[in-house]
Design a protein around this ligand. Structure first.
Ligand code: TYD
Length: 209
């Protein structure tokens, strides 16, 4: 009988510094001999990547935005995440449904009832086994973004108060997550953050052993 794999997601406001932590996590898991599927949302399949380019570029009604996030997610779950977990692979994903809660409910003001209905519809029985939430003050994240890249998307161009709401919604979701979401203070030096991330992933590895 094959054992179900584990599902790890990474979250935080734009500029929180997820990318290098994702790479360190994938390296750790592979070093332990696990097969790792690394992906991202919105995206992860050809169709979901097309939806990503639309949703990151074109202005739209906030409910359209939420529906497209969940449409991309349904596709990603069906083609990538669910088969990988069923094979026993570990899935490491840059963002998942907590991002919809933070950005569309917290940032944009989508109704909580609508969010819950979509979450129930698209993945009624699945939540990540572990979510690393990188928490930073929006001012610091904005500084990191300004240093990091030339082009920005529709979300990255939002104002400070938008990211304050996104951050607050992430922390609220973490508080109600019964330990699934590990909040990591990502304003500290990168090595300190990596050590905390790998310790959290290590605990999941021990539980899965
Ligand atoms: P991000 O993951 O930050 O990728 P990159 O590092 O390439 O910019 O970008 C994805 C953006 O999409 C990010 O601003 C958050 C947003 N987003 C939502 O608003 N809702 C969602 O459900 C997801 C998955 C992402």
């Amino acid at each position: 009988m094959s054992v179900r794999g584990r599902f790890i997601t990474f979250e935080g406001i734009d500029g929180a510094g997820k990318s290098s932590q994702i790479a360190a996590t994938v390296d750790l898991l592979r070093a332990r001999g696990l097969t790792v599927v690394q992906s991202r949302e919105p995206g992860g399949t050809p169709l979901a990547e097309k939806l990503r380019s639309i949703v990151l570029a074109d202005p739209m009604h906030l409910e359209t935005e939420a529906l497209l996030m969940f449409a991309a997610r349904r596709e990603h779950l069906a083609l990538v995440i669910e088969p990988a977990l069923a094979r026993g692979d570990w899935v490491v994903c840059d963002r998942f449904t907590d991002a919809t809660y933070a950005y569309q409910v917290g940032g944009r003001g989508l109704g909580d009832d609508k969010f819950r209905a979509l979450e129930q519809w698209v993945h009624p029985h699945l939540q990540p086994d572990l979510t690393l939430l990188f928490d930073v003050p929006p001012a610091l994240a904005a500084e990191r973004l300004a240093n990091g890249r030339a082009e920005t998307d529709r979300f990255e161009r939002e104002q400070r108060d938008f990211f304050e709401r996104v951050r607050a919604a992430y922390l609220q979701r973490a508080a109600g997550s019964a330990g699934r979401i590990l909040v990591v203070d990502a304003s500290r030096p990168i090595g300190t953050v990596t050590a905390e991330v790998l310790a959290g992933v290590g605990r999941l590895l021990d539980l899965a052993a």
